[in-house]
Design a protein around this ligand. Structure first.
Ligand SMILES: [Zn+2]
Length: 247
């Protein structure tokens, strides 16, 4: 008898539990730690993802959602309604409602402000959809953006694109508005920037205190809007006009 094991058995013998590859989420978070990059709920980590990893992450998340459903004592093996819920939820998180964490910012070109435009303008309402970081239930609302142009300008529709990307993460509203302001400043370096967000929080409507009408309104003022009260006033006046056009 020979002592040599067939190749297939040797391979199987070497894949002991400690040799098993780490879950993809752990490999990504280790990479983020090594790079000193933050990966809080409302951070974007797309720069640290390698080709194909998002697909692997989708498989991992689906597996975990399946376990969550089992822990909720839902018979996913026999319930035709929840049979593929885990896969749907994984896709929804990674590619829709939290896409702003995993996908890169949509390409937004800025152009020189050749006409030296210096009057303020507002864009809105822009629909914003997010989820609260505390319960992962929806935050839905509207956003208005006021700009006093600087050296560069971007197209009006681009404000919707960047807002959608920023809000599609788990958030608290106060931080979402700050992050959106940072991104817009980076894109077009305005002399002044004002953002107003009015949103309804389903963690107040659907659960908890169950207040169906309560909304949260907050704003951020940068540059000239911060220093010039009349400009800030003009912004709120323009938003009021845009709101009145809705009814
Ligand atoms: Zn909440």
């Amino acid at each position: 008898m020979t002592a040599t094991l067939p190749t297939s058995i040797t391979t199987r013998a070497s894949s002991t539990p400690e040799m098993a590859p780490l879950p993809i989420s752990l490999r990504i978070s280790q990479r983020l730690d090594a790079a000193g990059a933050a990966y809080l709920a409302n951070d974007n980590i797309s720069e640290h993802l390698q080709d194909g990893e998002l697909d692997q992450l989708e498989v991992e998340v689906a597996g975990k959602v399946r376990e969550l459903l089992r822990s909720l004592v839902i018979d996913i093996d026999n319930d035709h309604n929840t049979e593929e819920t885990a896969e749907r939820v994984a896709r929804m998180y990674l590619h829709e409602v939290f896409k702003g964490r995993y996908h890169r910012q949509p390409k937004i070109a800025s152009f020189p402000n050749v006409k030296k435009l210096d009057e303020i303008y507002t864009v809105g309402p822009i629909t914003v959809r997010s989820a609260c970081s505390h319960h992962l239930v929806p935050i839905l609302g509207n956003c208005w953006i006021g700009i006093k142009p600087g050296d560069r300008v971007i197209g009006l529709s681009k404000f919707s694109r960047v807002a959608d990307w920023v809000f599609s993460r788990p958030h608290i509203q106060e931080e979402a508005v700050m992050i959106l302001a940072d991104e817009i400043e980076r894109l077009c370096e305005p002399e002044g920037l004002a953002i107003l967000v009015k949103a309804q929080h389903y963690c107040m409507k659907w659960r908890g205190v169950k207040e169906p009408q309560t909304s949260m309104v907050n704003s951020v003022m940068r540059g000239d809007f911060r220093h010039d009260p009349s400009l800030k006033q003009e912004f709120f006046e323009l938003v009021k006009q845009q709101e009145s056009m809705l009814y």
